[in-house]
Design a protein around this ligand. Structure first.
Ligand SMILES: NC(=O)c1ccc[n+]([C@@H]2O[C@H](COP(=O)([O-])OP(=O)(O)OC[C@H]3O[C@@H](n4cnc5c(N)ncnc54)[C@H](OP(=O)(O)O)[C@@H]3O)[C@@H](O)[C@H]2O)c1
Length: 369
């Protein structure tokens, strides 16, 4: 049997190749999983952009070790198809960090009824949040009939929720408007939805001109401003900037223009061609957000069970916002499926290119049924 992997050139993300290789035999304690479905969104492109500094290329080294090529991590569902681990039988369904591959070998450690961690040697020292796998049967966020939607939304909306929690904490000193860039991205509008529910101040979406109408229709922004209009915004309203774009010139423009900017949070990097501050920034320092660190902090403060309870409740509300039929009968989120190496490559390149319909959530799999 062979394994099919999609490789991405670490220095030129538009260059890809499909590789097949022979399976390796399982060692005692290991399991082989078939990667059935995973989502592709701008978040995965960020993993490529931060691949070296945040170690994303290290999670799934390609079959034949390569300096040039890497396997991009994605979030999705897989099933155990061969097991040498006593607690994880054939057929066990798992959710977590996956390679863009038809299969993956994991070495489950610290196994309990809900989850386990991958103990493969090359993942020692990598972030535990990404080494964690949920066992679907007992996972409170899992529903077997909505795996497509979960693959797309779950990794994003956890961050939406964590960021809105952080913003609430930052603005506890007084009402503050929140400006959110890449407002058409799922993580951004998930954040806006949470903040609107908290109701402590206006939420303004910043987006490209072509996505203004989409963001206005979402209904979770009090106002939507195109990127080329940000210099017309009121300068003296106290505000927090929540940046999902990573766009350096945009950040520079906002920091210069907004005299009452209180906090500037960097979370995402959707505008891969315009990353980084172009020079000295006025205003508050930029705080780089780390979801794994915030999860660790809140888990320590609230306890694991309470963290999970709050997250599950928030996720249910956010997912409902995306899947319930809207006035035209269509839900906000339109799932597009891509099966097999050629289709997955094309879907990946569409996400990399960025300029597509923000309603679409791409779900992919290298295994052709
Ligand atoms: N730190 C974390 O833990 C964490 C977790 C989840 C997500 N995020 C970040 O949040 C951001 C959004 O992720 P998502 O998966 O929710 O995105 P998504 O739904 O796939 O976002 C699509 C939107 O992103 C912008 N975009 C995407 N590619 C672009 C390109 N090549 N050029 C210009 N604009 C582009 C466009 O928005 P506009 O036109 O509105 O700019 C587009 O409508 C990502 O940067 C991701 O890394 C961070």
């Amino acid at each position: 049997m062979t394994v099919t992997e999609l490789h991405v050139d670490k220095r030129n993300f538009a260059s890809t190749r499909v590789q097949t290789r022979a399976r390796t035999a399982l060692a005692p304690g290991q399991v082989r999983l078939r990667v059935d479905l995973f989502a592709l969104t701008a978040n995965n492109i960020t993993y490529a952009a931060l691949g070296d500094e945040a170690h994303y290329w290290k999670y799934f080294p390609p079959g034949n070790a390569s300096v040039q090529w890497g396997v991009l991590p994605v979030w999705g569902f897989a099933s155990v198809i061969e097991s040498r681990h006593p607690q994880l039988p054939d057929g066990e369904r798992v959710y977590g960090f996956m390679p863009m591959s038809s299969e993956v070998v994991l070495e489950p450690a610290r196994v309990n009824a809900l989850a386990f961690f991958d103990g493969m040697g090359h993942r020692t020292g990598l972030h535990p949040v990404y080494n964690h796998y949920a066992r679907c049967e007992r996972d409170p966020l899992h529903a077997p009939d909505t795996e497509d939607v979960q693959a797309v939304l779950r990794p994003l909306f956890i961050t939406s929720w964590l960021v809105s929690d952080l913003v609430e904490e930052r603005r506890s000193g007084g009402a503050c408007q929140v400006l959110i860039s890449s407002a058409s991205s799922k993580t951004a509008y998930g954040t806006a939805l949470q903040l609107r529910a908290a109701g402590d101040g206006a939420v303004v979406g910043l987006t490209s001109r072509g996505n203004v109408a989409f963001c206005e229709r979402l209904g979770c922004y009090d106002r939507v401003v195109a990127y080329d209009e940000v210099n017309n915004m009121d300068r003296d309203t106290p505000c927090i900037y929540v940046d999902y774009s990573g766009n350096g010139p945009l950040r520079m423009a906002l920091h210069s223009h907004l005299r009452a900017l209180r906090h500037s949070l960097a979370i995402g990097y959707t505008h891969v061609g315009r990353l980084g501050p172009p020079g000295h920034l006025s205003g508050p320092p930029v705080q780089v957000f780390s979801a794994p660190d915030r999860i660790r902090q809140r888990t320590a403060e609230w306890g694991g069970a309470e963290f999970s309870r709050r997250l599950t409740a928030a996720y249910a509300g956010l997912a409902d916002f995306c899947v319930r039929p809207r006035s035209g009968g269509e839900p906000l989120l339109v799932i597009e499926r891509h099966a097999g190496p050629a289709a997955v490559t094309q879907a990946y390149l569409q996400v990399l290119d960025g300029g597509s319909d923000p309603r679409v959530g791409r779900v992919a799999g290298l295994v052709v049924a």
